[in-house]
Write a protein that binds this ligand. Structure first.
Ligand code: SF4
Ligand code: SF4
Length: 325
């Protein structure tokens, strides 16, 4: 949250095809209570503004050095920014001619955000799309979202949310639920100790929230399982989650192929990349095996009607790394 009291956004991406039905605009909000080892949007974990630097497009002009009032630029450093001195004021990003330095995190009022989203309305109208709030964890900002959604619903815009499920259910139901058309609910690890180890939080509340929402609103909830090699992909985890989703009465589920783009984003943010993360790979055969295993576990009682592959194209994801609001 910035001093103006508004949540920060890391990106607003038009023409998203993987974030719900039709062509959507995805709004990425900064701030997340989880700290998943594999997070592919590490720029959304902190709710504070952050600076990214991309050496590949830096022409070493020195404009940033002259703009910085905090002595936080060192052209001798590969990463340019002396992070311990940087206040993320963004002065250097304003002046950088190649966008090698960027400030991540802008604040828009609910009116401003709704206005931006509505620019894409013609695409929603022709494709059955809408807006998807993602992150980070958008439910950290329920009052803000409620204000934005209220404006959008006047124009009959479809609203989806992508959530870790780590929220207060009573607040979610009283503030947000009424206007949500789709709830994309992440389920990562069924084992409580492993969930704590890899995400930093307990999963009891997440599982309970999923169970309740699936019971009360089965038509709106979609379980999403990220396939993280060696972490979420072991057969016992997939079988446990598939059985849980099935017993909860949720028919809709998606398995998300592993995407290593978070590693590069961490580097741009000046964050260390754990060795265990840098080496993660999920081969196409292993990805396919996971899908079959999940399907088999899920369909032990019901017909497997809808496992959607949400594998993004490399190009689309790359674009998202460097896109601007
Ligand atoms: S202003 Fe941009 S291009 Fe110039 S040295 Fe700084 S980061 Fe590199
Ligand atoms: S964000 Fe501000 S403090 Fe940080 S390097 Fe740029 S100009 Fe300096």
């Amino acid at each position: 949250m910035n001093p103006g009291g508004l949540p920060l956004l890391s990106d607003i991406r038009s023409f998203a095809l993987d974030d719900g039905p039709g062509i959507r605009t995805t709004v990425f909000m900064k701030g997340c209570p989880l700290a998943c080892l594999w997070c592919h949007n590490p720029e959304t974990v902190s709710s504070e503004p952050e600076m990214s630097f991309n050496l590949r497009v830096c022409i070493a002009c020195g404009d940033c050095l002259r703009a910085c009032r905090h002595d936080a630029i060192d052209l001798e450093l590969d990463g340019r920014i002396r992070r311990e001195r940087c206040t993320a004021c963004g002065d250097c990003a304003e002046i950088c001619p190649t966008l090698a330095i960027k400030r991540i995190g802008i604040a828009l009022s609910p009116d401003q955000l709704a206005e931006r989203i509505l620019l894409d309305k013609p695409f929603y109208d022709t494709s059955g799309g809408g807006v998807t709030f993602s992150g980070g964890e958008p439910t950290l900002y329920m009052d803000y979202l409620t204000a934005v959604i209220k404006i959008l619903k006047r124009q009959n815009i479809s609203i989806a949310i992508q959530t870790s499920g780590f929220f207060d259910l009573a607040e979610f139901e009283s503030k947000l639920l009424e206007n949500l058309d789709w709830i994309y609910f992440d389920l990562k690890l069924f084992d409580a100790a492993k969930h704590r180890r890899y995400t930093g939080v307990d999963n009891a509340g997440i599982l309970s929230n999923f169970r309740e929402l699936a019971k009360r609103h089965p038509e709106r909830i979609i379980a999403r399982v990220p396939l993280i090699p060696g972490i979420t992909t072991p057969g016992d985890n997939l079988a446990s989650i598939a059985g849980f989703v099935r017993r909860a009465g949720c028919d809709r589920r998606e398995l998300l192929s592993y995407f290593a783009g978070g590693v590069e984003k961490r580097r741009l943010l000046g964050k260390t990349v754990p060795k265990s993360l840098a080496s993660l790979r999920l081969q196409p055969k292993a990805d396919a095996r996971c899908r079959v295993e999940f399907d088999n576990s899920f369909s032990r009682r019901s017909n497997p009607t809808k496992i959607q592959c949400a594998t993004p194209t490399v190009e689309r994801r790359r674009a998202s790394i460097h896109s601007n609001i």
